[in-house]
Design a protein around this ligand. Structure first.
Ligand code: ADP
Ligand code: MG
Length: 686
C-alpha cells in the first residue's frame, strides 16, 4: 500500500519519506533499524553513570518552563529517589510540557545520557518512558530525514508492519529454510524491528542476509551458465608429459600457486565446455607463466592462442617475455605482435600471420579485436589486466574463433588487482577463480619508507649510490585526477630538476601519456636495456612492466594514490636478485593519509592492502566491485557474512543445476528478485 494511504501519514509526511526511498508499507517494513538501544538495565538516581546512555528510574518533580535569553523554550524538571536528585532539561518540547505535568510526582523512567554541569548531573533531551515494566526493552533507532522524528518513524514502521502482517509472504522454500535453520520472512522482519534478545536478532539478520546473498548468487550462477554454453567449447588434449616438460623449460622451479593454477586451467581446457577462468595473483607472482602453459596446451592441439594487454608497452613486454621464456621452443611456436602503432607493412605481415595460421601465438592490444583481424583457428584467449577491458571488448574475441570443431575459444582472464579474499566469491560468482598466492622463491619483499617532501635531497643522495652501482629507479609523479596534461607538466618539471640539479652525469628519461607512442617505446626500450638509469613518469607505468634491474621506486604525493594502486606501482621493483625499495613522498597532512601510508609501510600482502582499501574507501571505490551488485545490501555484510556467502553460492549452484530458469513453483516469489538483480548486473558496464 502507498504510504500516503496509511492512516497518520499525510501527503507532506509521504513526500518526506519518499526522499528516503520509502514509498510503500512494504518499504517501511524493510527499513530496518540502524541500531538499537538496550533499555533493559534501569538504574536508580544514586547510581547514574556519566556519559553513557542509560535508563534512570525516579519520581518526577519540579516541572517548569521558561524562555531562555536566546528565545528557546526550556523545560526543566528533577528526577529524585528521595535522597539524591538529577536535573532534567529539554529544549522546545511542545507537547512534552503538558505530558510532564501529568506525570509529576509519579515514578517514571528517563532514557538518556547524563553529564556533569554547573547544576550537577543533568540529562538533556532524555526520553520519558512511563511504564518500563511493560515497555520495549530493546528499542529500534532508525535513520531519519528532515522533518521526521525518531518517534514518528517508530510509529510509522509499527503501522506499516501491522498492515503488512498478512501480506509478507514467504520467499524461500520451506525445505531450504529447514535445512539452513532459517526463520520465516515475517518472523525475521518483525524480529529485526523488535528483537526479543540478541539471539533472536542474530537469527533474523542471518535469514535476511542469506536471502540477499542467495539472490545475488542465483543471478550470477544463471549468468555463468548462459555464458558457458555447455559442449560448445574445445576439448583440448593435454600432451603426454606436458607438465614435466613445461617445468624443464625454465631455470627456476614453479611456485606451488603456479602449479596449482596451471592444473586447474588444464582441467578446464580438457572439458568440452568453454573455460571462463580468472587468474588472480599479486604483481610479480608470475601469472604470465601460467598463461603460457595454457597457450602451449592450446598450440599443441594445433590451435592459435591470443593474449590481449591493455597498453602497447605491456603487449610488447609480453611479446619479449614470452619469446624469451620459450627459448629454443620459440621456433616451434611463432609469435606475432599486433598493436596500433605498427608501420603499415609490419601490420600487414602480422595480420597475415594471424589469418594464415603462420603465427601460433598472437600478442596484442585492443588492436586484436579490430574488424581487420581474423584468426585461422583461435582456441584460447588470455586477457591480461582484465579490469581494464569492458565486457564487450573481452567477448569480442569470441566471435573470432574461426572454423573447426568447437565454436568458442576458452577464456583466461588475469588480474593483479587483488580483490579481498572475502569478496572474490561474490564479485566473480560467474567465473571460476585460480589464485597464485605464492611468490617466486628468493624474491624479497619491497621495503617501503615514508619520507616528507623536505627530505627529498637525502632520498636523492641515497638513490645516487644505487645508480652508481648500475641499478635503476622509477620516479612516479603525482596523480592528477582527470588531467594527464597537468600530470605530464608536473613530470616534466621534476624531470628537469632531477636531470639538471641532482643527477647531471646520469641518464634520466621522461615518460608520460602525451608523448607519441613511438617515443614512449624508445624510452621504455632504453630503460629496459639499462641505458636509462632513472625513469621519471606519470602513472602510465602502473601496469605490468618488468625490469629486473630496477630496484627503487619513488612516488611523489603518494597520498593521492589508492592503496591498491600504490601496491601495484611498487610491485615493479625488486623483481630481480636485488632488494627493492619504495619511497613514498608525502607530507602526511591528514590523519587519514598517515593511516594509509602506515598500511603501505607495514605490509606487502596485496590482499591485506585491498581489504584495507575497501575498509577505508568502501566497496564502490574498488575496481571490479562496483559492478558486482555488492553495494546495495540492506542486511548482508560482506566482511562478516563470508560463511553465509559460501553457503549461498553452493546452494545457488545446486539449484540452478536442477532448475536453470527457476521455473518451479517453489521459486515463484524469488524469481522476480533474481530477474531484477540480473538486470542490475547487466545494466552496469565495467
Ligand atoms: P605478474 O604476475 O605480475 O604478471 P610476471 O608473470 O610478469 O608477473 O612475472 C614476474 C617475473 O617473475 C618475470 O620476470 C618472470 O620470469 C619471473 N618468474 C615467474 N615465475 C617464476 C618462478 N617460479 N621463479 C622465479 N621467477 C619467476
Ligand atoms: Mg603481468
Amino acid at each position: 500500500m502507498e504510504l500516503r494511504n496509511l492512516s497518520g501519514i499525510g501527503p507532506k509526511m509521504a513526500s518526506r519519506l519518499r526522499k528516503m526511498e520509502l514509498c510503500t508499507t512494504r518499504d517501511l517494513c524493510f527499513h530496518f533499524p540502524a541500531r538499537y538501544e538496550d533499555r533493559s538495565k534501569v538504574v536508580s538516581v544514586e547510581n547514574v553513570p556519566l556519559e553513557t546512555p542509560v535508563s534512570v528510574r525516579g519520581i518526577l518533580t519540579n516541572v517548569s518552563r521558561r524562555k531562555t535569553r536566546s528565545g528557546l523554550e526550556l523545560i526543566t524538571a528533577a528526577l529524585t529517589d528521595g535522597m539524591d536528585s538529577l536535573r532534567l532539561t529539554w529544549f522546545n518540547g511542545k507537547y512534552l510540557y503538558s505530558r510532564l505535568l501529568a506525570l509529576q510526582h509519579k515514578e517514571i523512567t528517563v532514557y538518556g545520557v547524563c553529564r556533569e554541569s554547573r547544576y550537577g548531573a543533568v540529562i538533556t533531551g532524555g526520553e520519558v518512558l512511563e511504564d518500563p515494566e511493560t515497555g520495549e526493552i530493546i528499542v529500534p533507532v532508525y535513520s531519519l530525514t528532515e522533518g521526521i522524528s525518531q518517534n514518528m518513524m517508530r510509529r510509522f514502521v509499527q503501522k506499516a508492519l501491522e498492515y503488512e502482517k498478512s501480506f509478507l509472504a514467504e520467499t524461500l522454500p520451506d525445505s531450504l529454510r529447514a535445512r539452513l535453520d532459517l526463520p520465516g520472512l515475517r518472523e525475521a522482519v518483525f524480529a529485526m524491528h523488535y528483537p526479543e534478545d540478541p539471539k533472536a536478532f542474530a537469527r533474523a539478520r542471518r535469514r535476511l542476509a542469506f536471502e540477499e546473498l542467495f539472490v545475488l548468487q542465483l543471478a550470477l550462477t544463471q549468468r555463468k551458465r548462459r555464458q558457458a554454453l555447455p559442449g560448445k567449447g574445445i576439448p583440448f588434449v593435454i600432451p603426454e608429459g606436458f607438465f614435466a616438460d613445461f617445468e624443464k623449460m625454465f631455470p627456476f622451479s614453479l611456485t606451488e600457486g603456479q602449479k596449482r593454477s596451471i592444473k586447474e586451467i588444464a582441467a578446464d581446457m580438457q572439458r568440452p565446455d568453454c573455460m571462463n577462468r580468472l587468474l588472480q595473483g599479486d604483481v610479480g607472482s608470475g601469472k604470465t607463466l601460467a598463461a603460457l602453459a595454457a597457450m602451449l596446451i592450446c598450440c599443441s592441439n594445433g590451435r592459435q592462442a591470443a593474449i590481449m594487454a591493455p597498453t602497447e608497452i605491456l603487449a610488447e613486454q609480453h611479446y619479449l617475455n614470452i619469446t624469451s621464456l620459450l627459448g629454443d621452443k620459440a621456433a616451434k611456436y611463432p609469435a606475432a605482435l599486433l598493436k596500433g602503432s605498427l608501420k603499415a607493412a609490419e601490420k600487414r605481415e602480422a595480420l597475415l600471420a594471424a589469418e594464415s595460421g603462420d603465427a601460433s601465438l598472437i600478442i596484442g592490444t585492443h588492436a586484436l579485436i579490430s574488424d581487420r583481424v581474423s584468426f585461422k583457428n583461435l582456441g584460447l584467449v588470455v586477457v591480461d589486466e582484465q579490469h581494464r577491458f569492458g565486457v564487450l571488448q573481452r567477448t569480442a574475441l569470441y566471435g573470432k574463433a574461426g572454423t573447426g570443431p568447437g565454436a568458442r575459444p576458452d577464456m583466461l582472464l588475469m588480474t593483479a588487482t587483488p580483490i579481498p579474499r572475502t569478496l572474490t566469491n561474490a564479485v566473480y560468482g560467474d567465473l571460476d577463480v585460480s589464485v597464485i598466492d605464492t611468490m617466486p622463491a628468493g624474491r624479497q619483499p619491497v621495503k617501503t619508507h615514508w619520507k616528507k617532501p623536505e627530505e627529498r635531497p637525502a632520498v636523492y643522495k641515497a638513490l645516487k649510490t644505487l645508480t652508481d652501482k648500475g641499478l635503476q629507479a622509477y620516479v612516479v609523479c603525482p596523480l592528477i585526477e582527470g588531467s594527464e596534461q597537468i600530470s605530464a607538466r608536473a613530470a616534466t618539471e621534476l624531470f628537469c630538476e632531477l636531470s639538471e640539479k641532482y643527477f647531471p652525469g646520469t641518464k634520466v628519461a621522461l615518460l608520460h601519456g602525451q608523448q607519441p607512442t613511438e617515443e614512449k617505446e624508445q624510452i621504455m626500450a632504453s630503460f629496459r636495456r639499462g641505458d636509462t638509469k632513472i625513469l621519471v613518469s606519470t602513472s602510465v607505468i602502473e601496469v605490468g612492466v618488468d625490469v629486473p634491474n630496477a630496484v627503487c621506486m619513488i612516488i611523489e604525493s603518494a597520498d593521492r594514490f589508492g592503496l591498491s594502486q600504490l601496491h601495484q606501482l611498487r610491485g615493479r621493483v625488486g623483481r630481480g636478485k636485488e632488494k627493492g625499495f619504495c619511497i613514498l613522498i608525502s607530507d602526511g597532512a591528514t590523519e587519514e593519509s598517515r593511516k594509509r601510508l602506515g598500511t603501505m609501510t607495514s605490509t606487502n600482502d596485496g590482499f591485506v592492502i585491498a581489504e584495507e582499501d575497501l575498509k577505508q574507501r568502501g566497496p564502490g571505490e574498488l575496481s571490479g566491485v562496483r559492478q558486482s551488485g555488492l553495494s546495495d545490501f540492506r542486511v548482508a555484510n560482506i566482511f562478516r557474512d563470508g560463511e553465509l556467502l559460501r553457503e549461498a553460492k553452493a546452494l545457488a549452484k545446486q539449484v540452478i543445476g536442477e532448475d536453470p530458469e527457476l521455473s518451479g513453483s517453489e521459486w515463484q516469489r524469488l524469481r522476480p528478485q533474481v530477474a531484477e538483480k540480473t538486470k542490475e548486473l547487466e545494466g552496469t558496464t565495467d
